[in-house]
Design a protein around this ligand. Structure first.
Ligand code: SDX
Length: 449
């Protein structure tokens, strides 16, 4: 066996096993053994063999991917090799979405066609308005988005042809094109305002702002600074390798469900406050703190285990989230137009104190993408409930890219993890007359060490 291997000795049997190590493109990042190679480690022929037990996949690679690279210690994020800092400065969201989806920056002609194809699909079926109208006025827009994007699968039956490249491309155009429309319609519904239809003369984010904020003017004119700021924020949220929402997208996609239902599952996962719902939770947290002077008292509570510092911490980044740095810069540009959001002062004070405090330093907790984004969104006039929706829209291109990579990966099949069973051994049925409360006959389970 080549030296690129490990030797396992099973102390139960004294047997040794050589297990190959494979690598990603960086020798010090991505070295892995195949978990299935552990199955040969047995104590007897009828032994199922060794599994790896990894709750929450803390140390498990579920796939090989070429889309996004993150170095958590160095605070590096690259889409298809391009640093996020360069894309945020020089690209646009639609161009970045093309890159994330197809692996290369588009030529001028490709970008023009891509932009046309997305713009062509911004309208939604009029019937969708009927179930939008069915929601309560105070329905959370993420709940509306998750359900309406799933409902799109009932309008586009061709979406089930997931192994047809042409069908996947059409669904990609529809999803990237329609997510802003669904989001804006949900927002307008919550305000009791008439839906504002897409204006295909505008940019992707300009049209989104139009559908959100157009009132009686004949033609909405987006503020160029806010349009650009939102575009940068969309670039930052386009993809993030195997996060919780993407894992949901891949898992649902692995059963060969259509991409609308898979995106709905991914958006549902993103909705959680530990994931994309954190940007909403940050604003509520800053509002509860109320002033800079109250920050030390709040930090004390977090350190006492009374809640989390929302917008801080990350499973991968053990350094500053590179996206948070860029968002802080965008905030200054937005506040030039909207006026400074006073919550920013509380956020900056919270960051200052946390980054000096051993509790957070020891746990390598730094601001993540959600810490500052909500402050910008609020200054732009979005209600906090819309913040996770503003995360889901740009992430749709990443979800689709990851879904397509899964479908085309010959090694992938339906996701179906194993388990370590700690329940009851076999036992016979007991008639209701014999069942007495308190006599469970339960044996105490042996947990995994
Ligand atoms: C996103 O995965 C992605 O890529 C996600 C994302 C993307 O682009 O898709 O980057 C987007 O979801 C960003 C994260 C947004 N979530 C939040 O801001 C919520 C607050 N953060 C935490 O809930 C937490 O940091 C997570 C969920 C982000 C990460 O959780 P982990 O990796 O499971 O870490 P953990 O919960 O095991 O925490 C390790 C320790 C614990 O303390 P001890 O038990 O060791 O004493 O750190 C503590 C935790 O209590 N801790 C925090 C904390 N986050 C972790 N303590 C206070 N405040 C926090 N925010």
């Amino acid at each position: 066996m080549a030296k690129e291997s490990i030797t396992l000795i099973d102390n139960r049997t004294g047997k040794s096993y050589e297990i190959a190590i494979s690598y990603g493109i960086y020798p010090l990042d991505g070295a892995a053994i195949r978990a299935s190679d552990l199955r040969q480690v047995k104590v007897s022929e009828d032994d199922f063999g060794l599994m790896s037990y990894d709750p929450a996949f803390m140390n498990t690679a579920s796939c090989q991917s070429t889309i996004t690279f993150i170095d958590g210690d160095k605070g590096i994020l690259r889409y298809r090799g391009y640093p996020i800092e360069e894309l945020a400065e020089k690209s646009t969201y639609l161009e970045t979405a093309y890159l994330v989806l197809y692996g290369e920056l588009p030529t001028k002609a490709q970008l023009e066609k891509w932009t046309h194809d997305i713009t062509w699909h911004t309208m939604i079926h009029e019937n969708i308005k009927k179930f939008m109208d069915g929601f309560h006025y105070d329905a959370h827009p993420m709940g509306m988005l998750v359900s309406t994007v799933a409902a799109l699968s009932t309008f586009y039956l061709d979406a089930k042809h997931i192994f047809d490249a042409g069908s996947r491309k059409t669904q990609t155009h529809r999803l990237v094109g329609k997510m802003p429309t669904l989001a804006a319609f949900a927002y307008r519904h919550s305000l009791g305002r008439p839906y504002a239809y897409p204006d295909n003369d505008l940019s992707y984010t300009g049209n989104f702002l139009n559908m959100l904020f157009k009132m009686t003017e004949v033609k909405y004119k987006p503020n160029a600074i806010l349009e650009k700021a939102l575009d940068v924020l969309f670039i930052l949220h386009a993809d993030h390798e195997q996060n919780c929402g993407t894992n949901a997208m891949r898992c649902v996609g692995s059963s060969q469900a259509d991409p609308y239902c898979a995106v709905a599952a991914a958006a549902a996962a993103l909705y959680g406050p530990l994931h994309g719902g954190a940007n909403e939770a940050v604003l509520r947290m800053l509002g509860e703190i109320g002033s800079k002077g109250k920050v030390p008292e709040f930090v004390k509570k977090v350190k006492a285990g009374e809640g989390k510092l929302m917008g801080f911490g990350h499973r991968v980044y053990k350094n500053y989230d590179p996206r948070a740095k860029i968002i802080k810069r965008v905030a200054d540009e937005v506040f030039e137009v909207t006026g400074r959001n006073p919550l920013l002062d509380i956020a900056i004070e919270l960051e200052r104190i946390a980054l000096e405090d051993e509790y957070f330093i020891k746990r390598k907790l730094y601001p993540n993408v959600d810490f500052y984004s909500g402050i910008i969104y609020q200054a732009m006039g979005f209600p906090v409930e819309m913040f996770p929706v503003l995360f889901a829209i740009p992430r749709t291109s990443g979800w689709i890219a990851q879904w397509e990579e899964l479908l085309l990966d010959a090694e992938q099949k339906i996701s179906r993890p194993r388990q370590v069973y700690l329940g009851q051994d076999t036992r016979s049925y007991v008639g209701i007359e014999q069942r007495e409360t308190g006599k469970t006959g339960q044996t105490s389970p042996k947990g995994v060490a």
